[in-house]
Design a protein around this ligand. Structure first.
Ligand SMILES: NC(=O)c1ccc[n+]([C@@H]2O[C@H](COP(=O)([O-])OP(=O)(O)OC[C@H]3O[C@@H](n4cnc5c(N)ncnc54)[C@H](OP(=O)(O)O)[C@@H]3O)[C@@H](O)[C@H]2O)c1
Length: 352
């Protein structure tokens, strides 16, 4: 069902001959993994070599996702991988066990979980209820902010889906030059489609529970809170501005719609906030600063993040709206964008 739109578009299923890099997807039976497969099959520099799963081992990819004609069988990962590049799309905690092995085998690694995102191990333990060894972080791979670091890395941690939408919606206010103001408060409500919770079925996410319904959850303690603060140059343990985040699950399959209420202190006249955003994202091929309202359906099935300054900066108050497809810019699309940068390829290759 999550790939409903994909059935409407032509899917190229043959691996391009002579593609130089072999690729494995670990967690290929899940929603993010399946999106990775869909992109990799069309990517001119990649050859899909192996798919790993857990409960679905032995089944074929097309048994689960008939809209993508890939007959490869799901394998069990047993500590070794022959491919040049490994994408991991596993539940939190699983990549922590596997990534060190893959790095020892000299693989290029792109991990989609939260295992390696947070630099502060105490914050990781608090928000993920799992401890991890100090120093177990990888380059935080948000191309629009950390492109140079990504290009020098062979292993990266892909940002979370809510985090991607919210960080991109706020970054010019924190990282942009030409600022004579500071952000004093951000109040954020972000609505996610149900595929954000993955493929595993849960009663509270079933059609009859979620159809024509919305539900806030993890208010004040969602695991993307410290990630957002970290990427904005602050920290959840010692915040430099007030931040509240209310995640909401909504009755649609894919997409994240973030409503960001911001208070600024200082001078906001002169160049408009929209100009600041346009300048900041001038070289970012997947961020579109729009003069009209963003909508989830404008970004669904794309790797774009659409941002609109909906009101302000009168009286130092701003309302910014940011939208992404959680499975693409929020997961698989951004992962391939990062891989392109790591390999020195065109950033948009295979993603247009
Ligand atoms: N969904 C999103 O929008 C999104 C966005 C950004 C990041 N992420 C992150 O990406 C990762 C994957 O998310 P998802 O939504 O794609 O999840 P998912 O649909 O639930 O898929 C999980 C995958 O992991 C495998 N798996 C489950 N338990 C395992 C275990 N104990 N050991 C090894 N493999 C196991 C599953 O295999 P079987 O199916 O064979 O059991 C499946 O391939 C998560 O860390 C998630 O936070 C997700």
């Amino acid at each position: 069902m999550f790939i409903q739109y994909a059935e409407k578009v032509m899917i190229q299923t043959k691996a391009p001959s002579g593609a130089p890099y072999s690729v494995a997807v670990i967690g290929a039976s899940g929603y993010s993994g399946a999106e990775l497969v869909r992109i990799i099959l069309r990517h001119p520099a990649l050859r899909l070599e192996s798919l790993y799963a857990f409960s679905q081992v032995g089944k074929r990819f097309s048994d689960l996702y008939p809209s993508i004609s890939c007959d490869m069988e799901f394998l069990r990962y047993e500590g070794e991988c022959t491919s040049d590049i490994c994408f991991l799309a596993l539940p939190h905690g699983e990549a922590l066990k596997i990534v060190p092995e893959l790095l020892g085998q000299g693989k290029m690694v792109i991990d989609l979980s939260g295992d390696f995102r947070l630099k502060n191990p105490e914050e990781h333990e608090r928000y993920y209820q799992q401890s991890k060894p100090a120093g177990s972080t990888l380059t935080y791979a948000m191309p629009e902010l950390f492109r140079d670091a990504i290009s020098r890395s062979t292993a990266v941690s892909n940002p979370g889906c809510y985090a991607t939408s919210i960080i991109l919606g706020l970054a010019p206010l924190f990282h942009g030059t030409d600022r004579a103001f500071r952000v004093s408060m951000v109040n954020c409500t972000a609505i996610s489609g149900i595929s954000g919770a993955g493929r595993t079925s849960k009663t509270e996410l079933s059609f009859s529970e979620m159809s024509e319904n919305m539900r806030a959850y993890k208010v004040g303690h969602h695991q993307h809170t410290p990630e957002i603060m970290q990427a904005l140059g602050s920290s959840a343990s010692d915040p430099s501005f007030d931040f509240t985040f209310t995640p909401v699950i909504g009755p649609f399959t894919r997409g994240i719609y973030s409503l960001l209420n911001v208070s600024l202190e200082g001078e906001t006249a002169g160049s408009t906030i929209e100009d600041l955003y346009r300048k900041f994202y001038a070289k970012a091929p997947f961020v579109r600063v729009r003069s009209s309202m963003t909508e989830v359906r404008h970004v669904a099935l794309t790797n774009f993040c659409d941002i609109h300054i909906a009101s302000g900066p009168e009286n130092g108050r701003l309302v910014i709206v940011s939208a992404i497809d959680n499975l693409l810019k929020g997961a698989a699309g951004q992962a391939v964008q990062n891989m392109n940068i790591m390999l020195g390829l065109e950033e948009t290759l295979g993603l247009s």
